[in-house]
Design a protein around this ligand. Structure first.
Ligand SMILES: *[C@@H]1O[C@H](CO)[C@@H](O)[C@H](O)[C@H]1NC(C)=O
Ligand SMILES: *[C@@H]1O[C@H](CO)[C@@H](O)[C@H](O)[C@H]1NC(C)=O
Ligand SMILES: *[C@@H]1O[C@H](CO)[C@@H](O)[C@H](O)[C@H]1NC(C)=O
Ligand SMILES: *[C@@H]1O[C@H](CO)[C@@H](O)[C@H](O)[C@H]1NC(C)=O
Ligand SMILES: *[C@@H]1O[C@H](CO)[C@@H](O)[C@H](O)[C@H]1NC(C)=O
Length: 679
């Protein structure tokens, strides 16, 4: 062995005479017998002479010490040099990786009373871990990661510890090959014997730890070489030994041979004479291999079966729907064109219930369930190219569910058309109810209904903006997009679609999608929709409902903008002049004031002045008073004057854009270019 040929170090020469004085300063065990060691816990010596610290059983602790104490100081303030060499073998449980490892220890007594197993390796417990009163030095061969995760990063590691389980130095279990820096990993619990050397130089105060496979010579470069002064740690008389522990995880820990020498180099072990520990690993490796082979075979068979089944399934689906793109296969809310065609009687003109900016809407009855649906047919359009990327978008919109939304049930792509299937809402749109009188000349919507419709729209919009998993900007809030169901509840439709429509445009001009009269001023400048541009449109909608007037009205060859008109009404008279005359005086004046005020605030030209939908909801529910209404006079004309002057001071009309626009239709897409003549 390389050990015997090592040149003697200076310190060895210095302490040479001391070594000659004492007798019990060196020992060597090539295999063990009960006469040499003191054992504790689960430790036993097998017939072969192998020292077994723990068997393969959970939650055990085993100790073994050399019978005689070691005098660590020889009338010197410095702890003595020592050297030790041993061979260990760890056989893990095959099912779970093993645990927890063992340690070489120097301790004041041949035992560790009160110690715990697991990560404490049977040396310390949670109370005395780290206490300098322990006077314990150890080198741990840890196989389980977990305790002190930052420091003991690698489960398979070697560490130098003083008085506790936090290592002074530690490193992954490796050895250097042929005196080079090249490191070869050693799996401590591979089941193969491993040789270890621990050498302390009491003069240089340096501790080296080295490991190597049993058939390799001692590496020249140690695994750990740490400057440590053991003089403060060790006591006059110390016991050298080993401690091992198991926990939830477990291995059997064996020491096959051990030599020790104070103030000198420990004798090399006679590897050939070491006891033999049956390594179950070798026999069960073939078992594992057999098992793996069987698993692999079955896996392949099952995989082939699944592949065949999958093939049949896909083949049948392809037969059923001819031109399926793969995204269509993945999306569950897809309807069959055939079914929608039948439901709408072949997209018959008589079934059209509305025409919006995106296309015609048909009423339909699905044969399968007998349920009524609204089918929106978005005509083939270049803007709808790149639909594939929007499959995810539609899929996500399809998951929106709220009582104040017209829920998207699914869709279908047919040739270049996109068909969107919605809940059918029977009472038509808000604008149709708002601007038509019933047969007997009475208005259709009274104030109570209008106020509850407003609250419904606000609640739907709040859900889109703040209460769903992501922010959905409606982009086209307007009265034709508010549908009224059988219970006169408002349901907001067409949400999120503008974005879909916007997509695929490769022109350089920014297109503003929205409807004249509802488009926030900053939207025409930046083209960027936001929750705040939705709030602007909602504000216009509030004024519309309160005033019974469209956002843009052509009067005497002049376009009258609703917001300007309301402000004008305030300037020349009072705010009540703006109220829908058809309501007469059948309304709650506080609610009316609040709706008009909120409408003006929401449609304020400066985006930062507009409230969020959550604030809007609080105002509508009466949880909070609109800031402009704070500390008003109790009632009467004075109150109205105050409201008027406060609103005018908000600068409502100063920058309202009055576009030159001559079209009778209020629905459509407007590009910034045409909107702002002269840009
Ligand atoms: C026990 O081991 C020691 C040292 O290896 C040896 O000298 C002694 O003879 C052994 N005793 C027995 C009974 O085997
Ligand atoms: C103890 O060690 C120091 C160096 O660490 C050395 O200077 C001193 O001489 C040593 N004392 C003895 C008595 O060996
Ligand atoms: C920890 O060990 C010490 C002895 O080293 C003992 O006095 C103490 O009771 C033990 N604590 C626990 C919690 O077991
Ligand atoms: C180590 O060096 C010896 C000769 O010095 C050479 O025969 C051997 O192959 C080397 N081993 C490795 C692993 O490099
Ligand atoms: C420890 O290792 C270094 C090489 O890293 C070596 O110079 C020194 O002599 C070794 N000390 C002992 C006590 O083996």
């Amino acid at each position: 062995m390389g050990l015997s040929s090592r040149p003697l170090s200076l310190c060895f020469v210095i302490f040479c005479n001391l070594f000659l004085i004492s007798h019990s300063l060196e020992f060597a065990f090539n295999g063990f017998n009960t006469s040499g060691v003191t054992m504790g816990g689960s430790t036993d010596i097998e017939a072969s002479g192998a020292l077994r610290l723990t068997p393969k059983t959970p939650n055990l602790i085993g100790h073994a010490f050399h019978r005689d104490p070691i005098p660590m100081f020889n009338s010197s303030p410095n702890a003595s040099s020592f050297s030790t060499c041993f061979v260990f073998q760890i056989l893990p449980d095959l099912a779970s990786r093993g645990g927890f490892g063992f340690a070489f220890t120097l301790s004041p007594s041949p035992g560790f009373p009160g110690a715990e197993g697991g990560h404490y390796l049977g040396v310390f417990n949670s109370t005395n871990d780290g206490s300098s009163a322990n006077h314990i030095f150890l080198v741990e061969f840890d196989t389980v990661n977990g305790y002190n995760e930052e420091l003991d990063k690698d489960g398979n590691h070697v560490g130098i510890n003083i008085d506790g389980m936090t290592p002074v130095a530690s490193d992954s279990a490796t050895y250097s090959v042929n005196g080079t820096r090249a490191k070869e990993e050693i799996d401590l619990e591979s089941g193969d014997p491993v040789q270890a050397w621990i050498e302390y130089d009491g003069f240089g105060k340096l501790l080296n730890v080295t490991i190597a496979p049993i058939d390799s010579p001692k590496p020249i470069i140690p695994l750990l070489s740490e400057s440590i002064d053991l003089s403060k740690v060790v006591k006059d008389s110390m016991y050298a030994g080993f401690s091992a522990a198991t926990g939830q995880k477990y291995s059997s820990h064996y020491i096959l041979g051990w030599s020790f020498k104070l103030n000198g180099i420990a004798d090399p072990l006679n590897i050939d004479r070491l006891p033999f520990v049956p390594n179950v690993k070798s026999s069960s490796t073939s078992n594992v291999k057999l098992k793996n082979a069987l698993i692999a075979t079955f896996s392949v068979i099952i995989f082939l079966l699944l592949l065949a089944l999958g093939g049949i399934f896909v083949y049948r689906r392809v037969l059923e729907f001819e031109h399926l793109e793969d995204w269509e296969l993945e999306c569950p809310r897809r309807f069959r064109y055939k079914d929608l065609y039948k439901a709408t009687k072949g997209f018959k003109e008589s079934e059209i219930i509305g025409i919006g900016g995106f296309g015609a809407v048909y009423r339909g009855v699905l044969e399968a369930h007998g349920t009524e649906v609204a089918v929106k047919k978005i005509m083939s359009n270049n803007a709808l190219q790149g639909l594939r990327e929007f499959a995810a978008e539609i899929e996500s919109l399809g998951r929106l569910r709220h009582k104040n939304l017209v829920n998207l049930q699914g869709w279908c792509k047919h040739k270049k058309d996109l068909l969107l299937v919605y809940d059918y809402v029977p009472n038509g749109s808000l604008d149709s109810l708002l601007y038509t009188n019933s047969e007997n000349g009475k208005i259709i919507l009274n104030w109570e209904q209008r106020f509850s419709i407003i609250k419904g729209i606000a609640s739907g919009l709040l859900y889109l903006h703040e209460e769903w998993e992501r922010v959905v900007i409606h982009r086209d809030v307007k009265s034709p997009n508010v549908l009224i169901d059988a219970y006169m509840n408002a349901r907001l439709g067409d949400f999120g679609l503008a974005r879909l429509y916007d997509h695929g445009k490769n022109s350089h001009t920014t297109n503003v999608v929205g409807t004249i009269g509802y488009i926030a001023p900053e939207l025409t400048r930046t083209g960027k929709a936001s929750t705040s541009t939705d709030v602007f449109a909602f504000g216009i909608l509030l004024l519309e409902v309160a005033c019974g007037r469209r956002p843009v009205v052509c009067e005497a060859a002049r376009n009258v903008i609703l917001v300007d008109w309301v402000v004008e009404c305030m300037q020349v008279g009072n705010i009540y002049d703006a109220v829908d005359p058809r309501l007469g005086s059948n309304y709650v004046s506080e609610e009316m004031e609040m709706v008009l005020g909120l409408g003006l605030l929401c449609s304020h030209p400066r985006a930062e002045t507009r409230p969020t939908m959550r604030q809007v909801m609080r105002y509508l529910n009466g949880d909070e008073v609109l800031p402009v209404f704070d500390h008003l006079s109790a009632s009467g004309s004075r109150r109205v004057d105050e409201i008027t002057s406060r609103f005018l001071s908000l600068g409502l009309s100063e920058s309202i854009i009055t576009p030159v626009y001559n079209s009778s239709s209020s629905v459509g897409r407007v590009s910034t270019g045409s909107f702002h003549s002269g840009r």
